[in-house]
Design a protein around this ligand. Structure first.
Ligand SMILES: [Zn+2]
Length: 450
């Protein structure tokens, strides 16, 4: 304890004589010494909190009108839609099991599939509505409007918001993927974000008008020159020079999507390397920006519907989440979805003149090497089993998948045994109570409740 008090005194040398007298007076009372010790700990925590710059990390996905050419599933067909729905649920369950936030950005074809195959306009339990209600999750529109010709998509952003609303999603506020400047090459682009500064009508549903609150993911034709950046600002103009310039009088706010390809979970991504990049990035933000009151790092991990059906995709996502857990625990990474992070920004920067813009290429280094400081922590997490929901009523799921699972009641009697590799087991046959599970990865307790 003496060491702690001395450390505290060294931190505030100007208080030394008074503090030494105070400490002497306190020595007679153990309780007060204990309180003083706790106060020191609190001081240290507050000091480090004030200096740290967390990375606000969120998961986002797009689906595209041409998804079928990648995985062969036509969302309009009941069986194909049901298959895709199961893949999406697996990704969602994996994120939920780790408390990770998710912004699901949808194109018309999947929304129409949900409306048709789940009767989403009537159902209160369709996939899209369910996603929008999960903690930390939100559903937003992502659009490639093409009114006429081959592969026509007669739904613009306002139309998508209307379709999402029909599924039961509260008014979406994020324009997920937009054209950030006046491109003429390789093709002239007919509309950019400036067209959405005032509410616009739908193309198919002209009675609807919508304007986004946030712009997200500045894109370009064929992704030749995307605007990948951190921060929050109001772009001045749809030009090379004007987009990254903050003008508080503008209507629309750009919300940073962070670095590009390095933070995508492709079907071919090495989960370890992606997790290490995320952790190294957070370390690098701490190293170069801690103490900077303006610095604001909002980084997405991008996923695409077209990769969801790839073998082991959700398991890979689960591995990434387990690997980065030490950085959630130490506060270097904060799980926070787009709208929640936007609220944090407003609290930290109430003055509308404040902004932060940092283009990815001008920013921090991204390395795929295993972070040295956390080798033991990473090892620990690699072998940790996550069980959810717990308490459970219908099924219980394991991350990673378990082999040779046994469930025992409180008397040690075997009530269930599963020998093959399993993610989720049906427990509807079990009477409510406490059970113990054993698997080759570890043991634990589950509660069955109904
Ligand atoms: Zn797209």
């Amino acid at each position: 304890m003496g060491l702690q008090v001395n450390a505290w005194l060294n931190k505030f040398p100007h208080n030394k004589p008074r503090a030494v007298a105070a400490v002497k007076a306190l020595k007679s009372c153990f309780m007060i010494r204990l309180l003083a010790f706790m106060f020191c700990i609190l001081c240290c925590c507050l000091t480090s909190l004030a200096q740290s710059v967390p990375v606000y990390l969120y998961f986002a996905s797009h689906n595209e009108t041409n998804d079928q050419s990648f995985h062969g599933l036509n969302y309009n067909t009941p069986t194909d839609y049901a298959l895709m729905r199961a893949h999406v649920r697996r990704v969602c369950d994996t994120l939920l099991a780790h408390g990770a936030p998710y912004d699901m950005m949808l194109e018309s074809n999947f929304i129409l599939g949900c409306l048709k195959n789940e009767n989403a306009a009537v159902s209160g339990n369709d996939l899209i509505e369910w996603v929008s209600q999960q903690p930390g999750f939100s559903v937003q529109p992502h659009n490639h409007f093409k009114p006429f010709g081959v592969g026509a998509n007669p739904y613009n952003y306002a139309d998508l918001v209307y379709l999402l609303d029909s599924c039961g999603v509260d008014t979406a506020q994020v324009m997920g993927g937009f054209i950030w400047r006046d491109f003429t090459n390789p093709v002239a682009v007919s509309e950019d974000w400036t067209d959405w500064q005032t509410p616009r009508p739908g193309f198919t549903f002209p009675q609807v008008r919508w304007r986004p609150t946030l712009l997200w993911g500045g894109g370009s034709p064929n992704h030749i020159d995307d605007f990948s950046a951190f921060g929050v600002w109001k772009p001045t103009a749809a030009t090379q020079a004007g987009f990254g310039q903050h003008d508080s009088d503008q209507m629309l706010i750009n919300f940073g999507n962070g670095c590009g390809d390095d933070f995508v979970l492709w079907d071919t991504t090495n989960a370890y390397q992606l997790a290490y990049r995320i952790m190294n990035f957070a370390d690098s933000v701490q190293a170069y920006f801690s103490g900077d009151p303006d610095a604001f790092f909002n980084q997405k991990v991008m996923m695409n519907f077209r990769h969801f059906p790839a073998a082991g995709y959700a398991e890979k996502l689960g591995l990434v989440l387990r690997l980065i857990q030490p950085y959630i625990d130490n506060g270097k990474i904060r799980f926070s979805g787009i709208m929640e992070t936007w609220e944090s920004w407003k609290t930290l920067h109430p003055d509308p003149e404040q902004s932060f813009v940092l283009r990815c290429e001008d920013g921090v280094t991204v390395s795929s090497v295993k972070p040295l400081l956390t080798t033991t922590a990473v090892k620990e997490v690699e072998t940790r089993t996550i069980v959810w929901p717990n308490p459970a009523s219908e099924s219980i799921c394991f991350q990673p998948t378990v082999k040779r699972l046994s469930l025992l009641d409180v008397w040690g009697k075997l009530v269930m045994e599963v020998s093959e590799e399993t993610t989720c087991v049906d427990i509807t046959g079990l009477t409510p109570g406490v059970y113990f599970y054993r698997s080759e990865l570890g043991n634990g307790k589950i509660v069955v409740q109904r």
